[in-house]
Design a protein around this ligand. Structure first.
Ligand SMILES: Cc1ncc(COP(=O)(O)O)c(C=O)c1O
Length: 370
């Protein structure tokens, strides 16, 4: 660690993480899971940082979820022994890396198609290995996932029959539910996703095949979907920091948003426009994800009227009131729209307590896109 210093001494743009807010978020979700007898397997692609993953395990998480083999390799290097890779692994190159990873950690993978199952089975059987497989179900997100009911049943039975594969359960990412509309609609869409999962699991069980795990995801919905009887696991990711997207959902106030981009006012070319030194290289280009879309590329703490309306790579272009007294050189904290891609843009995060920087943690699994 570098010497302790004041936040004002950091060059910008910089990624800062408030340790107390992050600890609170980690404990809050772990307490929810424990009170509801649900296993917590956080999606660690949000932070990409083994040090934070260890805090989640210490709080009670059973293991981590990751999206990429490269991320899983970094976490295995750091001593993580129970990793779910929630992404279909296709092709000999990935299978070779998967086999190597299985020497170091217990790995579970997801798939949603019989062809993926067949090729994974061939690899495992040829190498005398067995891998746990979760069948991904599309409960409405329209991304990966077999349709619930008969389609998912057929794939699950196919997996259960193949050598080298063990059916571990069913998985969904009901991320769509958070955009369902009113809080009541979000709740009912989340619950119906959970019910699709338990009904599909019961179809599989009725033919005598065990479905030990029913895993659901998403920070905005984890505390709802898991209320369905039979759901066994949640995989929220963003909750560790929260972000503007989750603020707009009404999940948390700005104080709970632990990760921020520290930026400097680099220019004020017009009375109603200023430039921050945080553009898409610091904030990513992700919108806040609403339909219809909510504009802006982040929430500037303490300046709710500022609108980061456009980004170039190095420029955050902000609309302000001509009466605003802000000066060139002032520093602000931005809560990004979506924190996961922002973590991928920084080599390290500065850990803060109050206004003091107390540590610097590398984002060890950033850039692991393969
Ligand atoms: C498969 C899967 N599970 C869990 C999550 C975590 O959801 P969130 O980022 O809303 O916390 C994601 C996020 O994209 C995901 O893709």
């Amino acid at each position: 660690m570098a010497d302790r210093t004041h936040k004002d001494n950091l060059d910008t743009p910089a990624l800062i993480v408030n340790l107390d807010a992050m600890r609170h978020n980690i404990t809050d979700m772990a307490d929810f899971a424990s009170a509801h007898h649900i296993r917590l397997r956080p999606h660690a692609k949000t932070h990409k940082t083994p040090t934070i993953g260890k805090m989640q395990l210490e709080a009670g998480a059973v293991g981590v979820t990751l999206a990429k083999l490269g991320e899983a390799e970094v976490f295995a290097d750091a001593g993580f022994t129970d990793i779910l890779i929630a992404y279909p692994l296709v092709g000999a190159l990935k299978h070779r890396r998967l086999l190597a990873l299985m020497e170091r950690a217990t790995i579970t993978v997801t798939l949603d198609h019989v062809d993926i199952a067949d090729s994974l089975s061939r690899t495992m059987a040829a190498n005398g290995r067995e891998i746990a497989v979760m069948v991904e179900v599309d409960t409405g997100m329209g991304r990966c996932g077999a349709q619930p009911g008969e389609t998912a049943l057929d794939i699950a039975l196919h997996v259960a029959r193949l050598p080298g594969l063990r059916l571990a359960g069913l998985l969904t990412h009901e991320g769509h539910a958070q955009f369902a509309g009113t809080p009541e609609q979000v709740r009912s869409t989340s619950l119906s996703a959970g019910e699709m999962m338990t009904e599909t699991a019961n179809l599989i069980r009725r033919v005598g095949v065990d479905v030990p795990v029913i895993s659901v995801g998403s920070t905005a919905t984890a505390k709802l979907t898991s209320l369905v009887e039979g759901v066994t696991e949640i995989r929220p990711g963003i909750y560790v920091f929260y972000d503007r997207g989750e603020m707009l959902h009404g999940l948390v106030p700005p104080e709970r948003c632990a990760a921020r981009v520290l930026a400097t006012v680099a220019s004020r070319p017009a009375p109603d426009r200023l430039i921050l030194d945080a553009g898409s290289k610091a904030l990513s280009s992700d919108g806040a994800g609403f339909a219809p879309p909510v504009g802006g590329f982040g929430y500037v703490v303490g300046y709710p009227d500022w609108n980061i309306r456009r980004l170039s790579e190095e420029h955050g272009i902000v609309s302000v009131s001509p009466d605003d007294a802000v000066q060139i050189g002032e520093r602000v904290e931005i809560i990004p729209n979506h924190i996961c891609p922002v973590m991928n843009l920084f080599d390290a995060m500065f850990i803060t307590q109050g206004d003091e920087v107390i540590d610097r943690w590398p984002v060890a699994a950033r850039g692991k896109s393969q």
